[in-house]
Design a protein around this ligand. Structure first.
Ligand code: F6R
Length: 590
């Protein structure tokens, strides 16, 4: 949440460069934007509410070798120009952008007020330049002042700061990601790689509790507390600029939905030895827990069924934010599986910390190589979906489920059977996602776009997919959608059904099919407009969206028409599916 990007180096259009690059991080927040350019010995600041994508970067100075910029997802303080970053001290010599939360800002603010500081915003961030200024009373060295100020902050943050009298850019991190792009003409420091990908593919990761100082020619990583130097590896990233762009598609969400025929195949293509090591670790663990947030949590719920049905192994599923209360079940022999597209989600990171604190091992299933979750886990399986830019997660979910399905098969020595099943599924998805199919779903969305409520039911692994369907529809179309276990209908939700309420049933071709058909008939009898997503048509359905029969991989197939449906509901209702209101892609605050 919030994107930050800074540059220092030989290029003299730093302001233009950071604003342009930050447009690629708009998915992290789109409430307001801002940039501070060091021009001579002054900080020239531009900021406003609205999306950074609407800003014409050519307006910024071409005489600037250092700049920092920010795209905001509001936490403390409303969406106003005053609350937009960067924030400066009163004399305008210290400029700061920040991602995260300074939890003790209220105390610091009260203290600073008694010292005469006047605040212009309602943000937690504004204490940072003032705290640095206070520290500069004891030292001339800007980096030391930043270090000393940080020692007084509680919370999780990534900070970029510069002083107008020095040519160094300083970054610190405790919790919110910061990645350095190592270029031939300087250093790029951003919350995520797409900000600087057009300049370099060589990266270095700033870890939690670290600080970096760079003048654009060299860079020094140190321990934020002790100042001790930390050597860093350079890593070359493998994905391309094109993968991170929309190409021919109107929106990233549609592009990413359509990419699933390839991305699932990449997820399945895992190193077999590594999968075996992980399957053995799960078999030998005394208690396996699986956690994630939002859509990733629904992948975890689906995995509970995969592990139960395919491997006859029970795993404990919890939403990452709820994991804390279950910590007493963890032992050093336990295993925690953390599922996260971004690898930076605050609640998932916290769960991981709790597990490690108990001596348990951690397996990460993530899309983000080099992310905190990847680096801090004992084992990692990358889903290799390529960059997911739309806020609504689509291809990451199916990649996560494919990897989890593969692990379940490997646990019972059926790795190759699992691989074949998943690759056949990929081929069926390829056939399914043809233009006529997409048009059929679009026309259904056209008809249903004005509904106020929409319900989705599923059973077995289609139950978590019903919950996921609701998330997808809610977040991009703002229609009130809810998912239920089909068997639960009669225990309450059936009372919600009115004449022509759209109800979607997710089915496979398995032993629970007759049950869910009965539940769909019950819905129809109460006047619901029933839509079946199923391999075969049935008189229980008013409308039928055909999906291939994918056996144990049915959940992976069934969610795809729902993603397409949610996308078109959003577009028909005039919403931007890539940037849902109130949300951001990478949820780095708790
Ligand atoms: C919904 C969505 C979110 C994320 C959740 C976890 O479409 O994208 O619910 O799934 O915020 O994010 P990651 O997977 O990055 O941990």
């Amino acid at each position: 949440m919030c994107g930050i990007f800074g540059y220092v180096g030989a290029k003299n259009n730093a302001g233009q460069l950071v604003v342009k690059g930050l447009k690629n991080l708009e998915y992290r927040g789109y409430d307001s934007w801002g940039v501070a350019c060091k021009v001579g010995e002054t900080a020239v600041v531009e900021k406003d509410i609205g999306k950074i994508s609407s800003v014409d970067e050519s307006q910024f100075s071409e005489e600037c070798g250092m700049a920092i910029a920010h795209t905001r997802w509001a936490t403390h303080g409303g969406v106003t120009p005053a609350n937009a970053h960067p924030h400066l001290n009163a004399s305008g010599t210290i400029a700061v952008v920040h991602n995260g939360i300074i939890e003790n800002y209220q105390t610091l603010r009260d203290d600073l007020k008694t010292k005469g500081y006047a605040f212009k915003s309602e943000t937690d961030t504004e204490v940072i330049p003032y705290m640095i200024e206070e520290e500069m009373k004891a030292t001339d060295d800007f980096a030391s002042a930043v270090r000393n100020a940080c020692s007084k902050f509680d919370g999780r943050y990534g900070i970029l700061a510069f002083h107008t009298e020095s040519n160094t850019l300083v970054a610190t991190r405790t919790g919110s990601p910061l990645i350095v792009g190592v270029g031939e003409e300087g250093y790029f420091i951003a919350s995520d790689i797409p900000a600087f990908m057009e300049h370099t593919k060589v990266v270095q990761y700033l870890d939690d509790g670290e600080m970096l100082v760079t003048d654009g020619k060299s860079i020094l990583f140190t321990d934020l507390e002790t100042g001790q130097e930390h050597p860093k590896r350079e890593i070359e990233i493998t994905w391309s600029v094109e993968q991170a762009q929309k190409g021919e598609y109107a929106h990233f969400m549609l592009k990413e939905i359509m990419e699933q025929k390839d991305s699932i195949a990449r997820a399945v293509n895992q190193d077999e030895q590594q999968i075996q090591v992980i399957a053995d670790a799960i078999k030998n663990a005394r208690g396996t827990f699986i956690i994630g947030c939002g859509t990733a949590h629904k992948a975890c719920m689906a995995a509970e069924y995969f592990f139960s049905v395919v491997a006859e192994k029970h795993i404990n599923v919890t939403s990452a934010g709820e994991f804390k209360v279950h910590h007493h079940f963890l032992k050093p022999e336990s295993l925690l599986i953390v599922v996260s597209q971004s690898g930076e989600t605050a609640d998932s990171l916290e769960a991981m910390k709790i597990a490690r604190g108990k001596g348990a091992k951690v397996l990460a299933i993530t899309n983000a190589e080099g992310s905190t979750i990847d680096r801090e886990a004992d084992y990692t399986l990358l889903i290799n979906a390529g960059p997911e830019r739309a806020v609504a997660s689509t291809k990451a979910l199916t990649g996560q489920m494919a990897v989890l399905m593969l692990i379940a098969h490997t646990m019972v020595d059926k790795l190759h059977e699992g691989k074949t099943l998943l690759l056949e599924t990929v081929s069926m998805i390829n056939d399914m996602l043809n233009p006529r199919y997409v048009e059929h779903i679009e026309s259904l969305a056209e008809e249903i776009q004005n509904t106020e409520d929409l319900y989705i039911i599923g059973k077995s692994w289609n139950y978590p997919m019903a919950l996921e369907s609701a998330i997808k529809i809610q977040e991009v179309s703002y229609i009130h959608a809810e998912g239920f276990a089909a068997s639960e209908l009669k225990h309450g939700p059936l009372a919600l059904i009115e004449e022509r309420t759209p109800c979607i049933a997710l089915l496979g071709n398995d032993e629970v099919t007759p049950d869910i058909i009965s539940n769909t008939i019950e819905l129809k009898a109460r006047g619901a407009r029933t839509i079946g997503i199923a391999p075969e048509n049935n008189e229980a359905f008013d409308e039928w969206i055909k999906v291939p029969d994918a056996g144990a991989a049915q959940a992976i197939v069934n969610i795809i028409p729902i993603q397409v449906f949610a996308y078109f509901l959003a577009v028909k209702r005039g919403m931007d599916p890539d940037m849902p209101r109130n949300l951001a892609k990478s949820v780095t605050v708790k």
